[in-house]
Design a protein around this ligand. Structure first.
Ligand code: DGL
Length: 291
């Protein structure tokens, strides 16, 4: 499958990005800040969002379908821009993908470990916390590192609803979720969910200056840039990359909200049904390099 305005040739191929919905556009925002010339094809599975309250088995199935769909565009890299999908299916996607895969957990963990010798806090969805993916990734490098992970299920709907960081409801909810983390006084706090960078100011205020906030979105974008540079795959254009989006529900609403999450409007938003995603044989399609 080819995108109308995006080439499937060489270094001009797009970077493919998926998330459960709009949240992964925070990763796109960081990608475009760091590499404004890259074309991006994005899939937001808005019909099935949120992934963060579902079982890891269900999320794995959805994530494999998302990855298989994007492999049809012959991208040069696949970015799993969803912490929950990474926790549930990161390894499974990597094992079938023919293109390099960057997720949001490994880069965030590396940035956190590099930023402090102290404890590390993690805020994430219920499913991500249940998977212990962050804890395992941190303690694989440093088994003695103190890690405290806290699930914050209300934050995704709060951000989706467009509430501002100054909203007293937001502050009230954050105070409740961050209570134990404030007592821990970690050296770094990983924002382990795509939506949380949009509440970074309020979270930073409550945690205080001693705690460095790590955005997994920014860390993942830096990793994509590093990997493209390393393999000499950067688009030769220095600006003007296209952002083509696919969503499994309501393209009009998706288009309206793209700017808030992604920092710019999409060049196009197309609809793809979950019925189409479900027909994809994940293994075969993720292995299929043709466009
Ligand atoms: N994208 C998800 C994540 O980063 C948050 C939204 C959801 O629960 O689907 O974990």
């Amino acid at each position: 499958m080819m995108l109308p305005h995006v080439t499937s040739e060489g270094n001009h191929r797009a970077v493919a990005v998926f998330d459960s919905g709009l949240g992964g556009l925070t990763v796109v925002r960081s990608l475009l800040e760091q590499m404004p010339g890259e074309d991006i094809v994005y899939l937001g599975d808005s019909a099935r969002v949120p992934y963060g309250i579902k079982s890891l088995e269900t999320v794995r199935r959805f994530a494999m379908e998302d990855a298989a769909f994007l492999s049809r565009f012959n991208p040069k890299m696949l970015v799993v821009a969803c912490n929950t999908a990474t926790a549930a299916a990161g390894e499974a996607i990597r094992s079938v993908s023919k293109v390099p895969v960057v997720d949001v957990i490994a880069p965030g963990v590396a940035a956190a470990l590099g930023s402090t010798d102290g404890g590390i806090g993690v805020v994430a969805t219920e499913a991500t916390v249940r998977s212990r993916a962050y804890q395992r990734a941190i303690q694989a490098v440093d088994p003695d590192r103190e890690v405290l992970s806290v699930a914050c299920p209300l934050l995704v709907p709060i951000v989706e609803e467009g509430r501002s960081e100054e909203d007293p409801i937001v502050n009230h909810v954050l105070c409740d979720y961050l209570h134990d983390l404030q007592r821990m006084r970690p050296g770094a706090l990983i924002l382990g969910c795509t939506h949380y960078p949009l509440l970074g100011g309020a979270i930073g205020k409550l945690m205080g200056p001693r705690t460095r906030l790590i955005s997994s979105a920014a860390a993942a974008a830096a990793e994509v840039r590093r990997r493209l540079d390393e393999t000499d795959q950067r688009n030769s254009r220095s600006a003007g990359g296209r952002l083509e989006c696919y969503t499994t529900d309501n393209p009009e609403r998706f288009a309206e909200l793209t700017e808030r999450f992604g920092g710019r409007r999409a060049d196009a938003v197309h609809y793809v049904g979950t019925d189409e995603l479900e027909t994809l044989s994940t293994k075969d399609d993720a292995n299929d390099e043709t466009s």
